[in-house]
Design a binder for this molecule. Structure first.
Ligand code: ADP
Length: 424
C-alpha cells in the first residue's frame, strides 16, 4: 500500500525527498514523469513523481502536477506532498502558488501548510522570512538566479503574490510549543479562510513537530526537510512497520563507471581526487565538436579498462574552457552536444557490461536516464547527503545508478560510491 504520494517540481529535488523518506524508514520509488494512466503502482511506502515543472509555463506545470496527483490517487495514496526547492524557487507568476492552488482544489482540502525549511542544509524560516545560512534569501545570491530570482525573503508575501487565496503565518513562538500548538494555529487560520500557512522552522525538532501537526492534512507542501516527521505519523497509526532495510537494493554484478558532465566546483574537485586512484579520461569537445565521435573515443578508451574499479569519463571543464565552447557553438548547442555525447557513452558502457554507474550533473543525469530508457528508480542508501544509490527498475538489464546534482557530494564522492556499492 502506498502511503505517501509526492509530486516534485524537478528531478534532483525528487531524489532528495526520496532519500529523506528512506532515511526515515519508508521504502521509496521515484518515477520519472507521470506514468500512463493505469500503469501499475510500484511496491513502495512512498512514491515520488519527478516532474520538470519548476520553470515550465504555468499551465503546463499545473496540468502535469494534476495528472501526477490523479495517478497517485488512483494508486491509493493516503496523503500527498508537493515538493519544491528549499529556496522557494519561483516567480510572481508561479509555479509554487498555482500548482498548490490546483492541488488544494483537486483534493478539496481548502488548506495546506508551506514550509521550505531545511535547517541541516542551512535553510531556515523565521517570522515567515527564509534564510540561507545567516543571510536573508534575497541577499544570498538567489536574488540573481537566472530563472527564478528571489528578491523578497518574506514568504507570506511571496506566496500571496502567486495565489488567489490568502496566506497566514504560524510563527516561531507557536512552533516552539510543539505539535498541538501548531495544529491549533493551522486550524484557526483555515477557519479564518486562509488557504496557506507559512510555518516557521529553524531546527529538525520544529520539522518533526510540524510533521506531527499535519498528520491529518491531505496535502503538505515544502522542501524535503518538512517530510522528516511524516513517516512517524504512519508508524504511529500502525500503517508502517519499523524498517531497518528501507534502503536495501538488489546486489548487481558488473563493471563500474563514472560519467561527469557537471562543471561545478564540487565535481571538478571530485574528478581531481579520483585521478590518483582510477583511470580518468577528459573529453575535449572543443577539439572534437561531434557527439558520436566523442562517444567512440571514450568507448575505445574504456574498452580494456572496465572492471570492478571504476573508470571516470569527464566532459567537465573549467569556466574558461566551457566559455570557449559556448562562444563557438552557442550556450544551448554546447550543452546539448556534451549531453548527447555522455548519453551515448552511457548507452555504450551499459552494452559493454557496466552495471554500476555514477553520473555527475543534473541536466547530464536527465540526458543519461532518458537515453537509457529508465522510468523508475528504487531509492537506496545515501552516499552523501541528498545523493542515494538507486536501482533502475523495469529495464532490460539490472542497473545501479547514482545521479548527482553537480554541487553535491564530498571530494571523495566517486570512490566512496563504489566502496559502498562494491560488486558482490
Ligand atoms: P550541474 O548539476 O552542475 O548544473 P548539469 O549537468 O546540470 O550540471 O549542467 C552542466 C552543463 O554543462 C551540461 O549541459 C553539460 O552538457 C555542459 N558541459 C559539460 N562539459 C562542458 C564543456 N566542456 N563545455 C561546455 N559545456 C559543457
Amino acid at each position: 500500500m502506498i502511503l505517501l504520494g509526492c509530486i516534485a517540481d524537478d528531478f534532483t529535488g525528487a531524489t532528495d525527498l526520496a532519500a529523506m523518506l528512506v532515511r526515515q524508514g519508508m521504502r521509496a520509488v521515484q518515477v520519472i514523469g507521470v506514468p500512463e494512466p493505469g500503469a501499475p503502482a510500484p511496491d513502495a511506502d512512498a512514491v515520488i513523481v519527478a516532474l520538470k515543472s519548476r520553470t515550465a509555463p504555468v499551465g503546463e506545470a499545473v496540468g502535469e502536477s494534476l495528472a501526477a496527483l490523479a495517478w497517485l490517487r488512483a494508486a491509493g495514496c493516503r496523503q500527498f506532498f508537493f515538493k519544491y526547492c528549499s529556496t522557494f524557487d519561483s516567480t510572481d507568476h508561479g509555479n509554487i502558488g498555482p500548482v498548490a492552488d490546483a492541488l488544494v482544489a483537486a483534493l478539496g482540502c481548502g488548506f495546506a501548510l508551506a514550509c521550505p525549511a531545511f535547517p541541516a542544509n542551512g535553510r531556515s524560516v523565521y517570522q515567515g522570512h527564509l534564510f540561507v545560512g545567516a543571510t536573508l534569501l534575497n541577499e544570498s545570491g538567489m536574488e540573481k538566479h537566472p530563472l527564478t530570482p528571489m528578491t523578497d525573503a518574506n514568504l507570506v508575501r511571496v506566496l500571496a503574490r502567486q495565489t488567489d487565496g490568502t496566506v497566514g503565518l504560524v510563527g516561531y513562538a507557536t512552533v516552539e510549543q510543539g505539535a498541538m500548538a501548531i495544529r491549533h494555529a493551522m486550524t484557526a487560520l483555515k477557519e479564518q479562510g486562509r488557504r496557506y500557512a507559512i510555518v516557521d522552522a529553524v531546527s529538525d525538532a520544529h520539522l518533526h513537530a510540524i510533521g506531527q501537526a499535519a498528520e491529518t492534512h491531505a496535502l503538505i507542501t515544502g522542501g524535503s526537510g518538512v517530510a522528516i516527521g511524516l513517516p512517524e505519523n504512519f508508524r504511529r497509526a500502525g500503517l508502517l512497520s519499523v524498517r531497518e532495510d528501507a534502503g536495501s537494493l538488489p546486489d548487481v554484478a558488473g563493471h563500474a563507471a563514472v560519467l561527469a558532465g557537471s562543471c561545478s566546483r564540487a565535481t571538478l574537485f571530485q574528478i581531481g581526487t579520483a585521478r590518483a586512484h582510477v583511470p580518468v579520461l577528459e573529453l575535449d569537445p572543443l577539439a572534437v565538436p561531434d557527439a558520436a565521435a566523442l562517444a567512440r573515443e571514450a568507448l575505445d578508451w574504456a574498452g580494456g579498462k572496465l572492471g570492478a574499479a571504476p573508470v571516470v569519463i569527464a566532459a567537465s571543464a573549467t569556466p574558461e574552457k566551457v566559455a570557449a565552447l559556448q562562444a563557438r557553438l552557442g550556450r544551448e548547442a554546447a550543452g546539448a552536444l556534451v549531453e548527447s555525447a555522455l548519453a551515448q557513452i552511457a548507452e555504450g558502457l551499459v552494452a559493454r557490461g557496466v552495471r554500476r554507474l555514477v553520473v555527475a550533473g543534473g541536466e547530464t543525469s536527465g540526458a543519461v536516464v532518458t537515453r537509457l530508457g529508465v522510468r523508475q528508480l528504487r531509492i537506496g542508501m545515501e552516499i552523501d547527503p541528498g545523493v542515494p544509490w538507486t536501482f533502475a527498475e523495469g529495464g532490460a538489464v539490472p542497473l545501479l545508478l547514482a545521479l548527482k546534482s553537480g554541487n553535491f557530494g564530498a571530494r571523495d564522492f566517486f570512490l566512496k560510491a563504489f566502496a559502498m556499492q562494491a560488486a558482490p
